[in-house]
Design a protein around this ligand. Structure first.
Ligand code: GLU
Length: 584
């Protein structure tokens, strides 16, 4: 298929980005929803909500830095994309300052003190990702406040103001939100405060309806006045805990959280995981997410294959990537968990030596299954793999670059669409169902009081020279990991521009030779070759629903031109500040 002619501005951006990458322009088939993204020299923001992107752009245009813009955008997403994130949820961030320092922030939810290894073993609402038992202590508010304190210039009050205004004034419901309401209407209807906020006479809002969230506006204003203690031990925690204990004879649904659990919550700054990939620096988030380890292990294995010579969209390249994925996935399942509770061989798993050993197991003519690695010391014995409960999920990602080259990749979640579907009466924000990300008893990822459930979230920053050339992240449950991984490969190995990479075909094999693949991008010959190699293809057409990715990147060199591009698999919310304006 021929590519559409790009506009002049994008051509400049594409050249600026493409010319420093090796290889020719990619040969894979471009999708019908291909679009060019936006570019500017005074900052860009990529989201999957136009309303939230406007908030981020306004912060950048006033001279705010990447942290300011990312935090204000995350708060706005909690209002304008409430099915995916909010102050009732958690997530992970990777930040790179303009002078090149990289930090990772873990604001994952934590388990209540009363949780047990078998809390989720029996039947109950939690089996449908719903209800009070699934709720972990939320981390987003504490995490965003900590990011502002440490690296921002905005006050928490100012960062919350646009979100409070959208909640108070309302916004037009996008098709995506209306669809999510319809998909979870039955669970939303179980809880009167949630039904009152997200159903209209018991039915989903139609696209274009005005959604006003007065309780949410009130809670955001309370936090503006009282600070984060309003949630972490204060009035909002008390309202949530009251609701956890309320009798519900029809569902027998009760939660475990206490005010003490809220008061004990701490976001954690961690050292980002790092590898080099074909001369670039790749930074990613460490556990409690599995995203960084799994991606880096894959990239280290793949560095030993000449993917460029194999070609984008070739059966050989898809096979090499999928075999590497299954190896990394076996290690993820066996070892990855909250590091405060479980020793795990992260340094070995992300090492080049280990990658070389595992690479030798790959036979490009035969799809195989792989055991986790066994290590001589520490977390020596491979554990039973912890499985994920779901493949789809919700979540949303924000990528930001500011006028000075500061970069943020931040992914926030309430787990499933609409999380637990619980809103404590009067509070106006959805509570996560993140505790369903724990695995069964006996696994590294079993539930323990105070522990963070293992995530797949994978915020990623790739640096070439001094420029964050790729700032990536995705939504979509355990499919998240392959989003940024493919973006790294597509840009570096296959020479794609950011708009090409976000559009490019996705595939994912989590260990069983079931290869989920956007099949109509591939020739029948390639699909036949993959079947002959031993994969069972799960075909998702031209664009599957997940992973949904947001990319940004700064061209190296003096142009200072940044590009942002949103995934056409979802709502596109990317905006740029074209040129530096004096701060107002
Ligand atoms: N809870 C998932 C995770 O942290 C992400 C939510 C989803 O998209 O399913 O990995």
């Amino acid at each position: 298929m021929l590519r559409r002619a790009p506009s002049r501005l994008v051509l400049v951006a594409a050249l600026a980005v493409a010319c420093f990458l090796p290889g020719s322009v990619a040969s894979a088939v471009q999708g019908t929803r291909y679009h060019e993204g936006v570019s500017g020299t005074a900052g860009v923001v990529a989201t999957e909500s136009p309303a939230a992107a406007r908030v981020g752009r306004a912060v950048l245009a006033r001279g705010g830095n990447a942290i300011d813009a990312a935090v204000a955008t995350v708060f706005a997403l909690g209002v304008a994309r409430p099915q995916s994130c909010g102050i009732g949820g958690g997530g992970f961030m990777v930040y790179r300052s303009p002078d090149g320092k990289v930090r990772a922030l873990d604001f994952r939810e934590t388990a209540p003190a009363a949780i047990k290894a078998d809390t989720f073993a029996g039947p109950g609402l939690h089996k449908t990702f719903t209800g009070h038992l699934t709720v972990g202590v939320p981390g987003t508010l504490a995490g965003m406040a900590s990011a502002l304190d440490r690296f921002g210039t905005l006050s928490l009050r100012d960062a919350l103001a646009p979100a409070a205004k959208i909640a108070n004034d309302g916004f037009r419901v996008p098709t995506s939100l209306s669809g999510a309401m319809a998909r979870r209407a039955k669970d939303i209807a179980l809880f009167p405060a949630t039904a009152a906020q997200y159903l209209k006479n018991g039915a989903p809002y139609a696209p274009g309806d005005l959604l006003v969230q007065p309780d949410l506006a009130k809670s955001l204003r309370l936090i503006q006045d009282k600070g984060i203690s309003a949630l972490y031990g204060g009035e909002l925690a008390r309202a949530i805990v009251r609701d956890m204990r309320a009798p519900r004879p029809e569902t027998k649904d009760a939660g475990l959280l206490t005010v003490k659990d809220f008061a004990a919550y701490k976001p954690l700054w961690r050292t980002a995981l790092h590898t080099t990939y074909r001369g670039r620096d790749v930074y990613a988030a460490p556990p409690a997410t599995s995203g960084g380890q799994t991606m880096i292990e894959m990239l280290n294995i793949l560095e030993g294959f000449d993917l460029k010579a194999m070609g984008a969209g070739s059966a050989q390249a898809v096979t090499a990537i999928s075999e590497a994925q299954k190896i990394a996935w076996a290690d993820r399942g066996a070892y990855l968990a909250d590091p405060a509770f479980v020793a795990q061989p992260i340094a070995q798993l992300v090492s080049k030596d280990y990658a070389a050993q595992r690479r030798a197991e790959i036979d490009l003519t035969r799809a195989k299954t792989y055991a986790p690695g066994v290590f001589p010391s520490g977390a020596a014995v491979a554990r039973r793999a912890g499985e994920d409960f779901n493949e789809h999920g919700s979540t949303t990602h924000v990528s930001v670059i500011d006028a000075k080259g500061g970069a943020v990749a931040v992914t926030c979640t309430i787990e499933q669409e609409f999380g637990s579907t619980v809103i404590a009466p009067g509070t106006g924000f959805l509570l996560n169902n993140e505790l369903t990300d724990f695995s069964g008893p006996g696994t590294a990822n079993q539930p323990v009081p105070g522990k963070r459930p293992r995530s797949s979230i994978n915020p990623t920053i790739v640096v070439q020279g001094k420029a964050p050339v790729l700032v990536a992240g995705a939504a979509g449950g355990s499919t998240i990991i392959m989003g940024p991984t493919l973006a790294v490969i597509d840009t570096i190995d296959f020479g794609m521009t950011l708009p090409q990479a976000v559009d490019a075909e996705r595939f994912d094999d989590q260990g069983t030779n079931k290869l989920t693949i956007e099949d109509t991008r591939f020739s029948p010959d390639v699909l036949n070759a993959l079947t002959t190699t031993g994969y069972t293809l799960s075909k998702s057409g031209e664009y599957g629903p997940v992973p949904r990715m947001q990319l940004a990147g700064l061209a190296p060199g003096p142009s200072g031109l940044a590009t942002a591009v949103s995934d056409s698999r979802s709502d596109r919310g990317s905006l740029a500040v074209p040129t530096s304006a004096p701060p107002k």
